[in-house]
Structure formats: structure tokens, C-alpha cells
Design a binder for this molecule. Sequence first.
Ligand SMILES: [Zn+2]
Length: 111
Amino acid sequence: MKELICKECGYVGHSIKITKGSIGMELLLWLVFLIPGLFYSIWRITSRYNGCPQCRSESMIPILSPVGQKLVAEQSRSDITPSTTPPVKKINTEVRDLASSYINKMTPKRR
Ligand SMILES: [Zn+2]
């Protein structure tokens, strides 16, 4: 069996059969109103899908597909560097230092 990856939460593994709605609602509809109960049962059966066991998302794709491979690569990259300071922050402080030195030069001296 092929392994799948979830596009929503990154779960890697196999999908499970997920049925929408609840059995309690189904029973209630059957007991109180017969016809809606029937429709609710049909809807639950027809809307069954293979989904992620972690977040119930329908968007699980084969891990061997190009998009799946991309997701795996992104995940492993974020695992390696989780808490390094982004380079943008460093540049920002450099710009700030430069700006303050310019401002110091530009401000006219008091007479
Ligand atoms: Zn998921």
C-alpha cells in the first residue's frame, strides 16, 4: 500500500475512512422525522471519504507524487532549522544603525 501525506497537517501514513455527521443525529432524525432520517443516512453513506486520521482533512495525497515529495522536503527543512534567526532581522538592525548614523550627520548643529 502506498504511503500518503496530508496537505493540511503533514501527517504521513495511511488514510482512514471518515463518515461525516454523527450517529446520534442520525438516530434522532430517524426517531423524530422518518424521511429526514433516511436522507441523513444516505448523505452520511455517500459522503464517506478517505481522510487524514489526524485532522480529518480530505486532502491526503500520495507521498511519491511530485507535490508529496515537495511537502516532505519542506517538512525536513523546517525540522533542521527550527529556531535560527532569519537573515532579514539582521539586515534590519544594520539598516537601523546606518539610518541613525545618517540622521546624526544630517541633523544641523545648534548654533
Ligand atoms: Zn492531516
